[in-house]
Design a protein around this ligand. Structure first.
Ligand code: DGY
Length: 328
């Protein structure tokens, strides 16, 4: 508990965030932050985490027992500006009685929107076409040039049918696919009914989908679920899109599948590592669209995410319910 008479609790922010979030936090807390450029270096985080009541972090910050040990028992809450939380050592955090918060919901639409954009950029070869237009490859309109598979009449497969997966399905439905199928640990019958999607097993999804969009969290169960075997089971015309985490994909296997045309193309917003080294073989492939983890990057959403982190921290420090507590 804190009052204005007592010294304010201190918060460490690992990045420069939006003014609205900062203003709100400053009303209640002493705020220090890493001013960049880029993610906070680990030794800097270790130096600054001591005696803090709250940590406002990003998915680029690995919060493990070394950080938690250094933080000690003053740390009451960790709020990550993301819906994914594979960068948090959840077990260690819970063991220490530290609360966690994240930013679901607010980014669902933005991430689904980006997934659709990436799918279309890949299937309709937008980057390749733009390159042709600007480098003289475009000689004249040609009947079969720059063609790609269309969504109409296709089978769309969604892997991970949570909030984001469902929203991707909703948006893709307007392109008139024949079928939408999903693979998810649990049945999501209400949303599935509303959208008109059917749950199938993983192998059926791989074998039947013309478009595969991945929106599952990275967990020990999902890690590298897209390996050699998974790509072999896909259709040769399959377009594979990943907006979740790079860790779900065996990138060497994906490279071989794309190079050998085992599948048609891939659109990646996430990969391992990030950023992907410039000499990575995936960059050499025309049928691979690579963008730098911008799923939730609409101006409005990122501002809301920052603000929500601040609200979560303040609520936790006041002993109130957080607007979006992370309870894995
Ligand atoms: C998340 O929130 O986990 C996304 O990857 C970035 O917004």
């Amino acid at each position: 508990k804190f009052s204005t008479k007592m010294s304010k609790p201190s918060v460490y922010i690992t990045r420069t965030v939006n003014e609205a979030a900062l203003d709100l936090l400053r009303q209640h807390c002493e705020v220090t932050s890493w001013a960049g450029p880029g993610p906070v270096p680990r030794d800097e985080l270790l130096r600054n985490i001591e005696n803090k009541a709250a940590l406002f972090c990003m998915l680029t910050d690995k919060i493990d027992s070394t950080i938690l040990d250094k933080a000690g028992n003053t740390l009451k809450v960790i709020a990550t500006m993301s819906v994914g939380y594979d960068h948090l050592d959840v077990k260690e955090i819970i063991k220490r009685g530290i609360k966690m918060a994240y930013t679901p919901d607010t980014l669902t639409e933005a991430t689904a929107e980006l997934a659709v954009a990436l799918l279309l950029a890949t299937s309709r070869r937008l980057l390749e076409a733009n390159e042709e237009a600007r480098t003289g490859g475009w000689k004249a309109w040609s009947p079969f040039w720059m063609c790609g598979p269309g969504l109409r009449g296709s089978t769309v497969g969604i892997v991970g049918f949570g909030r984001i997966g469902q929203e991707i399905a909703r948006k893709l439905k307007s392109f008139n696919p024949k079928r939408i199928i999903y693979y998810n640990r649990s049945e999501k019958s209400k949303a599935a009914r509303e959208i008109g999607a059917n749950r199938v097993d993983f192998d059926s999804l791989l074998a039947e989908s013309d478009f595969i969009s991945v929106s599952a969290a990275l967990t020990p169960e999902t890690e590298r679920m897209f390996g050699e075997e998974a790509f072999r089971k896909m259709k040769p015309n399959a377009v594979f899109v990943n907006t979740s985490r790079g860790g779900l994909v065996d990138q060497d296997a994906l490279f071989r599948a794309l190079e050998n045309k085992t599948i048609w193309g891939a659109g990646l917003d996430v990969m391992t590592p990030e950023p992907l080294p410039l000499d990575h073989p995936l960059f050499k492939l025309k049928n691979c669209v690579i963008i730098p983890h911008i799923g939730s990057a609409t101006i409005e959403t990122r501002n809301e995410m920052g603000l929500l982190c601040a609200q979560n921290i303040i609520a936790a420090l006041k002993g109130q319910n957080m607007p979006s507590e992370l309870l894995p």
